[in-house]
Design a protein around this ligand. Structure first.
Ligand code: TRP
Ligand code: ZN
Length: 875
């Protein structure tokens, strides 16, 4: 029965038809009140002339609205001409052209789902992507309806001095003695998911950016007055992103004003509303005292991401939500390249690949596996995934590599000029690349429709003169896609000689080539004077899993000599995976496994000063979740023990060298969030981590001092995390002092909750329970919920998977509670148990029972879709 229901509510790409009615103009009047907020809307409706468009009545979306007036061409509509069922407003026998006036009341003050119009710390704000606008007014809430918006915002003058919406302010005035209004006009037609409105008592950081063509753009970043000192980094990032997009893509900003607003209650990172971005405070506020290096880099990346959407997303938008990756994959590719250009391209690439392989490959292995362009969904909110975003970015990156930078740029120029002001598809994007590159990309397009991580298996042979590679590709079955076809897989490669230098691959002396694999199996040969070590999938040229049976010697060799930063890092990862794998069978061999790694790591450490950031990455052993994901059956405890033993042994065996790094990488002068200083801090903390794991007697004092005396949050939080993780003397006191110091800084307190939730072991369960009851825990604040529960469920396997099932009980009770407050966040958090089928019995049974019980209660559509998929994945 459940299956039947799920199938019924699925929305399919194959069913797409253009809308029956278009809306050319929207005039909104939003009268904000403590209760009884009233939205008046006037829509200029026109029947869609396209022959393939939907026919019949005009059906508008509208969720939880209280209609007060419905009028057509100024006349109140008779009761038998309209019907509202709480989700849709059906208007019968509407003229083909008319003006529809509606007045509704809504209740932003009780909206904890944070979709539509809601209140965050006394400020009104909106989140309309993907389907939030229907909670504000009646409208065809789909991205292929583009309209011009004029919005008047009215509110109490004292409580809400700042009134914002999209576009330019065109008029303002007072209304009686205590209220006022501002009217905004957005000249660019846009889908309603890009609508935004903000009203609050906000401080503003102002600046100006002069475009390449000499236009001055007013830049404004709004936040609570107390956070005004945390906006400089976002402003600098914004200006850098604007200049980068002009230089790299030839794209200039279009309006005269660009606004960003920081909001404490937010479901995701940030939102690219036209001219009025709304940001999670975690992605815009930055100050050395309260923000870590990772936080600074996140702000830079997210500010750029939302800015880049102004073209890739807003000027050219998505036809339907199956095309979500059209804007997200492309925009992630753009922000990744930007961050690489601003900092270190290699380090950024490795970080991105690490995340993709750990999280997206895991998604592909589980019940939520879906293509970059899905064929169906139930709740679109559940498809804002790493597959759509990060794998989508890899597909754009491959096209960039296949075409080369000049042809790619011709392709994007064509895309932006051909489709400006339109709602289009990922196929339209590839068409432009195909045309600009003069290449047939028909086989490449399968990447968009086929789910799963392709397996690339490589074998080699050498007969004294000819070196032959045999490459095989296959993609495992995923839910709903049993059969897979071969893809066009670009495989960048080089062959290294015994001296570590790349060998010429052809007569012209070229030492790197990109193989274009198109068949299920292919061979390629090179004439070389010695048996080489292959350097494969350089730069991670395709999002595949590479299976080549590297020997330990080959991996050490690549780690020492490869000039490709990704391949060096991958070689180190393979060495670590191998060691942990063997320790699962021989748990007492940790000292020996560490000893075998030491020579290679000594070589890495000897070159540490050349690139501390890259060195830190080379010295990072994969996390427990990533390690366990390699195993057919999740061995939660075994992986924890093996990894901990290896880290601890490496800590002891290289102790002197770790101390050298701790000394050598102390940064001097005031805190700077610049790439070189960030790299030094990350290497220093890596070294401290090894020393703490080794049980070094000085660490409790050393870390206690660092935590107390640090002048920046990177050092302070890094020290606190190690103190707690290894339960060192003084850790409880440090936690208490930290909370005392930072209790008024919400983003710092999120980290305080997260640190405690991440301490391995079942004992953390009672800590999590205690923290749920803490005065500062709040179910309505997604950042806080993610800090505590997201960390516990997503990054602490030995706590979540406690053998007696207590972790599952706690987790599902929390999901039930969270679901009543915020279904989007609850559904996202539920993905943590997507590994259900790979759990051994009895854990699998315990988790399944807990999930069944959760599903038997009242759950949102969002959470139901995720739970049903997970439970159905059990054989
Ligand atoms: N489009 C946003 C981005 O830049 C994503 C987003 C923000 C979002 N808020 C959301 C998606 C709420 C769904 C629901 O990636
Ligand atoms: Zn985005």
């Amino acid at each position: 029965m459940r299956d039947g229901q799920a199938a019924q509510s699925a929305i399919r790409l194959a069913d797409y038809r253009p809308p029956a009615f278009l809306v050319d103009q929207v005039t909104l009047d939003v009268d904000l009140r403590e209760t009884g907020t009233r939205v008046s809307a006037s829509l200029t409706l026109r029947r869609n002339p396209a022959p393939e468009a939907e026919q019949g009545d005009c059906v508008l979306d509208g969720v939880a609205l209280t209609p007060e007036r419905i009028a057509v061409n100024g006349e109140q509509l008779a009761d038998d001409r309209w019907h509202y069922d709480g989700r849709h407003l059906t208007l019968r026998a509407l003229p083909d052209q008319c003006t529809l006036d509606t007045v509704v009341t809504i209740a932003p003050e009780t909206n904890t789902a944070l979709e539509g119009l809601y209140v965050s710390k006394g400020m009104f704000c909106t989140q309309c992507e993907a389907e939030g606008f229907r909670r504000i007014t009646f409208f065809p809430d789909r991205p292929d309806v583009l309209s011009r918006f004029v919005t008047t915002v009215r509110a109490d003058k004292a409580a809400f001095p700042v009134l914002l919406s999209n576009g330019n302010p065109v008029a303002r005035g007072d209304e009686g003695s205590d209220r006022h209004w501002v009217r905004w006009e957005d000249p660019f037609p846009k889908p309603c998911y890009l609508f935004a409105l903000v009203a609050g008592d906000l401080a503003c950081l102002d600046d100006v950016y002069r475009t390449g063509s000499g236009r001055d753009i007013s830049l404004q970043i709004y936040a609570e007055p107390r956070d005004l000192n945390k906006l400089d980094h976002a402003m600098a990032s914004l200006k850098a992103a604007m200049a980068w997009d002009e230089k790299t893509y030839g794209l200039e900003y279009d309006l005269d004003i660009y606004m960003i607003v920081a909001v404490s209650h937010f479901n995701m990172g940030a939102m690219e509303n036209k001219g009025l971005n709304i940001f999670n405070t975690a992605c815009v506020l930055a100050h050395p005292a309260t923000t870590t290096d990772a936080g600074f880099q996140r702000v830079e990346a997210v500010v750029a991401h939302e800015y880049f959407h102004n073209w890739s997303g807003n000027r050219v938008t998505c036809r339907d939500w199956f095309q979500l990756s059209l804007k997200e994959g492309f925009t992630v590719f753009r922000d990744q390249t930007f961050s690489g250009d601003m900092n270190s391209a290699t380090v950024k690439r490795v970080e991105d690949v690490d995340m993709l392989r750990a999280v997206q490959f895991a998604e592909d292995r589980g019940p939520m596996a879906h293509p970059v362009r899905p064929a169906e969904y139930q709740k679109i909110d559940n498809f804002y995934t790493v597959t759509i975003y990060e794998k989508g970015a890899e597909l754009v990156r491959m096209q960039h590599e296949l075409l080369g930078p000049e042809a790619f740029r011709r392709g994007t120029d064509l895309y932006f000029s051909r489709f400006d002001g339109q709602a289009v598809t990922t196929d339209d994007f590839v068409d432009c690349m195909e045309q600009a590159g003069g290449q047939d990309l028909s086989q490449f397009r399968r990447w968009y429709s086929q789910a799963g991580t392709p397996q690339l298996t490589v074998q080699d042979s050498y007969d004294g003169t000819t070196y032959t590679l045999t490459l095989k590709q296959s993609t495992p079955a995923t839910p709903g896609q049993p059969e897979k076809l071969p893809l066009l897989v670009p495989v960048a490669m080089a062959l290294l000689g015994a001296d570590g230098q790349p060998l010429p691959l052809s007569a012209d002396g070229q030492t790197e080539t990109v193989l274009q694999l198109t068949e299920a199996q292919q061979q390629v040969s090179f004439e070389v004077p010695e048996r080489p070590v292959p350097s494969l999938l350089r730069g991670f040229s395709a999002p595949v899993e590479l299976n080549y049976d590297y020997s330990t010697e080959q991996l050490r060799f690549l780690l020492a000599h490869d000039t490709d930063g990704y391949c060096r890092w991958d070689a180190a990862q393979r060495l670590y995976h191998g060691a942990v794998q063997r320790l699962l069978d021989e748990p007492r061999q940790a000292e020996a496994e560490a000893a075998a790694l030491v020579p290679a790591l000594e070589q890495v450490l000897a070159r540490a000063a050349d690139d501390p950031a890259a060195t830190a990455l080379l010295l990072t052993i994969p996390g427990e979740v990533a390690l366990a994901d390699r195993l057919p059956v999740l061995d939660v405890d075994g992986v924890h023990e093996a990894r901990a033993a290896l880290v601890s042994a490496l800590g002891r065996q290289l102790a002197a060298q770790w101390w050298v790094q701790v000394e050598a990488n102390e940064t001097s002068g005031p805190y700077r969030p610049a790439a070189d200083d960030i790299g030094r801090r990350s290497l220093r903390h890596r070294a401290l981590g090894y020393l703490a794991a080794a049980g070094d007697k000085q660490m409790a004092d050393f870390l206690g001092d660092l935590c107390r005396n640090a002048d920046n949050m990177t050092d302070e939080l890094g020290a606190l995390r190690l103190l707690c993780h290894y339960r060192l003397a003084g850790s409880e006191a440090a936690l208490a002092a930290f909370a005392e110091r930072w209790r008024d800084e919400a983003l710092v307190m999120d980290q305080w909750f997260a640190v405690q939730a991440s301490v391995p072991g079942a004992a953390t369960l009672s800590r999590v329970e205690a923290l749920l009851a803490h005065d500062d825990f709040d179910w309505r604040v997604p950042n806080r919920v993610r800090g505590l529960l997201g960390t516990f469920a997503g990054a602490n396997p030995t706590a979540l998977h406690a053998a007696d099932g207590k972790g599952y009980e706690l987790y599902t009770q929390c999901l039930a509670r969270l679901d009543t407050v915020n279904p989007q966040v609850a559904a996202r958090m539920a993905n943590a148990c997507a590994r259900l089928p790979r759990l051994p019995v009895p854990r699998q049974t315990l988790l399944a029972q807990a999930l069944e019980q959760l599903l038997a209660g009242t759950v949102s559509d969002n959470l139901r879709e995720v739970l049903e998929r997970i439970l159905a994945s059990r054989d």
